[in-house]
Design a protein around this ligand. Structure first.
Ligand SMILES: [Zn+2]
Length: 156
């Protein structure tokens, strides 16, 4: 590492090398409770005492009116497809054998929702406003992760 100092701010110095970086992200207060809820098969949100909005995923401050949120509510694991996309390639860019459907699901009684996969439905059958319900992983397999919900499927 160089210890020489430059007095010229536009004189850019650089050197080549590799830096190893490890990151650990914490869930935060709201995330901790949200993911613990998923493990128990519950979708939790926070309700704003000022504007009445129910935030899912939960926030500890209302994004609309900045009120501190301390009231936790359970919302149904059912809602509507607000938006969706059909993926034909995986994260590695390689073509998928079967296309996957990703949707933003607006949960009943919430002013938000979850981005998740849709299952038990063909891409050409999905539409905005379609009612869907969570399909949970068996209790013993839940880890407190978003994948504790396997996918959302259409409600008959
Ligand atoms: Zn609010």
């Amino acid at each position: 590492m160089s210890v020489e100092r430059s007095r010229l701010p536009d004189e850019i110095k650089h050197w080549y090398g590799d830096m190893i970086c490890d990151y650990t992200y914490t869930l935060g207060i709201a995330g901790e409770k949200f993911f613990t809820g998923l493990k128990e098969g519950r979708i939790l949100g926070t309700r704003c005492p000022r504007c009445g909005a129910v935030w899912v995923p939960p926030s500890i401050y209302c994004p609309d009116c900045f009120e501190e949120l301390t009231e936790w509510v359970e919302v149904p694991d059912e809602g509507i497809v607000f938006s969706f996309t059909i993926a034909h390639a995986g994260p590695d860019g390689k073509p998928l054998q079967e296309p996957e459907i990703y949707a933003f699901i607006l949960l009943d009684g919430a002013d938000g929702g979850l981005l998740h996969k849709l299952g038990e439905v063909r891409p050409e059958e999905v539409y905005i406003g379609m009612r869907v319900k969570a399909v949970w992983a068996p209790e013993a397999e839940r880890k407190g992760a978003i994948t504790d919900i396997r996918y959302f499927k259409p409600v008959e």
